[in-house]
Design a protein around this ligand. Structure first.
Ligand code: ASP
Length: 323
């Protein structure tokens, strides 16, 4: 019997205890990932996922999520979904109930959610609306100056690319909408007692994004990849880079060649870092192998990921290696 383990990116601590509980009872990796991610999506204090997520350039919350299984590499995902608080569960429904497809976006994803009995909800909280407006105002008043400053403790030490991204976001908002009035996707990877691996990713995506923009979290090989022969991997951060670099898939390929999880993540991030990108911001990655080894990498010092095993009483934070 395999020793179950569940790992997650920063802020997954809100959900990992629910996930390990599922695994302790002999539940599946897929159930564990979904249970853990739903807690994160419902955490109103988290502004990068689910309800309370920061909105796009039009002020609308649009969510992306995916799940992938290691044994048969089934993949289910939704992108740019509005009005449904738990996109991870809709992604799972795509995987299980719509085997002829892998990814639904926008209106079609919402139709599928409605047909499958998911409840609609208002996702834009007062707090997220306030942060969205404040960031736009800061960008407007500080255009050109030290706008890389972080939001709510995430993305500290932001670089020129972040500043340029915010400036272009502001230009987009000005163009698209006469409005009235720490970045970070969550990755969760679980290994269950039967030896199955599952990778889940959920996000509200880049704040101020172009309406309809779908990021790496919903794209197989970019933000999510799982293959039981080698391991599972997931990314957070600048999704356009992990889409262009095929970063999650690269990590798993490196695991297959015998790299350890932290080094596989570091090498894949280093590869993505060679791509030219005016909006460059940090990319982070996590990986878990079928024999329970795990690791992570990040572009900044002090980055961590969380781990729980059957014996854990609380999530334990592990350092990520630095690029
Ligand atoms: N990867 C996410 C996206 O590109 C954003 C993030 O993790 O910060 O939508």
């Amino acid at each position: 019997m395999t020793q179950p383990v569940i790992i997650g990116s920063e802020r997954s601590e809100a959900g990992l205890p629910a996930g390990i509980e599922v695994l302790r009872r002999g539940g599946s990796a897929l159930d564990a990932v979904e249970a853990a991610m739903r807690r994160c999506e419902d955490n109103l204090a988290d502004h990068y996922v689910g309800t309370g997520g920061l909105p796009n350039a039009r002020g609308q919350v649009e969510l992306d999520a995916s799940v992938m299984l290691g044994s048969d590499q089934r993949f289910g995902a939704v992108g740019a979904v509005r009005g449904y608080p738990n996109p991870i569960s809709i992604a799972r429904a795509v995987l299980e109930r719509l085997p002829q497809h892998c990814l639904l976006v926008g209106e079609g994803a919402e139709l599928f959610a409605a047909e499958n009995g998911f409840e609609r909800a208002e996702l834009l909280t007062d707090e997220a609306r306030r942060i969205w407006r404040e960031q736009l105002q800061q960008t407007a008043t500080a255009e050109g100056d030290a706008m890389g400053r972080s939001v709510e403790g995430e993305n500290t030490g932001a670089v020129d690319g972040d500043r340029r991204y915010r400036e272009s976001a502001l230009a987009l908002v000005r163009r698209l909408a006469p409005h009235e009035g720490p970045w970070g996707t969550i990755n969760i990877i679980a290994l269950d007692a039967s030896g199955e691996l599952c990778v889940g990713v959920s996000t509200s995506g880049y704040p101020f994004k172009y309406p309809g923009r779908v990021g790496d979290s919903a794209v197989p090989g970019a933000g999510n990849w799982c293959d039981l022969r080698a391991g599972g991997a997931a990314c957070t951060g600048r999704g356009e880079l992990s889409m262009r670099g095929g970063t999650a898939r690269t990590i798993v390929d490196l695991l297959a060649r015998g790299e350890n999880p932290a080094e596989a993540c570091r090498l894949a991030l280093a590869q993505a870092a060679t791509l030219p990108d005016d909006y460059r911001a940090e990319l982070r990655a996590l990986a878990l192998t079928p024999d329970g080894r795990h690791g992570g990498a990040a572009g900044q010092q002090g980055s961590v990921y969380a781990v729980m095993t059957a014996d854990s009483t609380r999530p334990e934070l592990h350092p990520r290696v630095v690029l």
